[in-house]
Design a protein around this ligand. Structure first.
Ligand SMILES: NC(=O)c1ccc[n+]([C@@H]2O[C@H](COP(=O)([O-])OP(=O)(O)OC[C@H]3O[C@@H](n4cnc5c(N)ncnc54)[C@H](OP(=O)(O)O)[C@@H]3O)[C@@H](O)[C@H]2O)c1
Length: 314
């Protein structure tokens, strides 16, 4: 489960609803949660800590929690990704999540130059040696950044946007990551909800929702909002995909199952705002594999409608 939507930048979310979504996901068998220190200034981490505490008290298993650091630096410059600057972020997340060691810490979409600085990755190795983190990796914007990250032996996981509207990672990156036994975390699997098939040209988003305020990349990389697909273009492609949805499934479930068709993917992290969304998304894991014909049709819709706008950009 991805927890950006219950942390910040997705319009108002009630804390009780967010916690209920987490509980529902974990009780249904979700075993990996993605978060970040900046999702509501540790708000998402604190909610996760609450859910973990409840599970511990009830004798239930704990999920793996991956968090991300680096966006709280005063400026996004590679030279600032130092041990001295990063270590306090790790300490803060340890406190917020209320754990002795963080399962997984990813650098949170650092500037491209960061990937060319071995010292940054050595800083993460050091935090691992100190026992503060168990594994580290990077959340990348671009395929090329992911490929570069694979060169650092300490990198255990790469998080990347991958969905029916962002297919390039499957071309080369997956094969390379798999050869290196690096975990692939597929994010933005529903293209911020576009691939749910519920939006129209008239859909209104709250002013505090990035689907309103970052539609053209005004606040951060536009690739994080609707996977970088221009809204109307995405809506038109969704209408072509709609007839392909298997009987008894929703489009969101098909979108998630499409990702699971790629064996190199270790984990998919759909965001969910409430227990219903969490349950619906989990059910995708039980869907039958998509047929080769459906996979080919999805590829052809991507090639025709989406690829020119996104493929070479990330
Ligand atoms: N830079 C980074 O490292 C980075 C960037 C982006 C995301 N992430 C991580 O990746 C996770 C997943 O990406 P995302 O949350 O941005 O996008 P996403 O998973 O593609 O879309 C999530 C949104 O889709 C809607 N939705 C989800 N399930 C649904 C369902 N079953 N039925 C109807 N609507 C549903 C919800 O919004 P509404 O109900 O409001 O439509 C939800 O907030 C994030 O939560 C975060 O953990 C990381």
């Amino acid at each position: 489960m991805g927890t950006w939507p219950i942390g910040s930048a997705w319009g108002p979310v009630k804390e009780s609803e967010a916690l209920a979504a987490l509980r529902a996901a974990l009780d249904s068998g979700v075993n990996f949660i993605d978060t970040a220190d900046v999702y509501g200034d540790h708000a998402s981490e604190l909610l996760i800590a609450q859910a973990l505490k409840e599970r511990k008290a009830a004798g239930k298993t704990a999920p793996i929690v991956g968090t991300k650091i680096g966006r709280r630096l005063p400026e996004q410059r590679a030279a600032l990704y130092t041990y001295a600057n990063l270590a306090p972020f790790v300490d803060d997340s340890l406190k917020s999540l209320s754990v002795d060691a963080l399962d997984l810490v990813l650098l949170h979409c650092p500037p491209t130059e960061t990937y060319y600085r071995p010292d940054v990755f050595e800083a993460m190795d050091r935090l691992k040696r100190e026992g503060k983190i168990r594994f580290h990796g990077v959340s990348v914007e671009k395929v090329e950044e992911g490929l570069k990250a694979l060169e650092y032996p300490g990198v255990a996981a790469v998080q990347i946007v991958f969905n029916m509207f962002r297919q390039r990672p499957a071309d080369l990156f997956f094969e390379r990551a798999r050869a290196r036994q690096v975990a692939i975390i597929a994010r933005v699997p529903l293209a911020s909800g576009l691939l749910v098939g519920k939006f129209t040209s008239d859909t209104k988003f709250d002013a505090s929702d990035h689907r309103q305020f970052n539609r053209h990349g005004e606040a951060f990389d536009v690739g994080e909002t609707f996977a970088g697909v221009p809204y109307e273009m995405g809506l038109a492609a969704v209408e072509e995909i709609r007839p392909l949805v298997p009987a008894g499934a929703t489009m969101a479930q098909m979108a998630l199952r499409w990702i699971l068709m790629h064996d190199a993917v270790s984990v998919v992290i759909p965001g969910a705002m409430n227990p219903d969304e969490a349950h619906m998304n989990i059910a995708a894991a039980a869907l039958a594999p998509l047929s080769p014909e459906t996979m080919a049709q999805i590829r052809s819709i991507y090639e025709k409608r989406i690829k020119p706008a996104v493929h070479q950009r990330w």
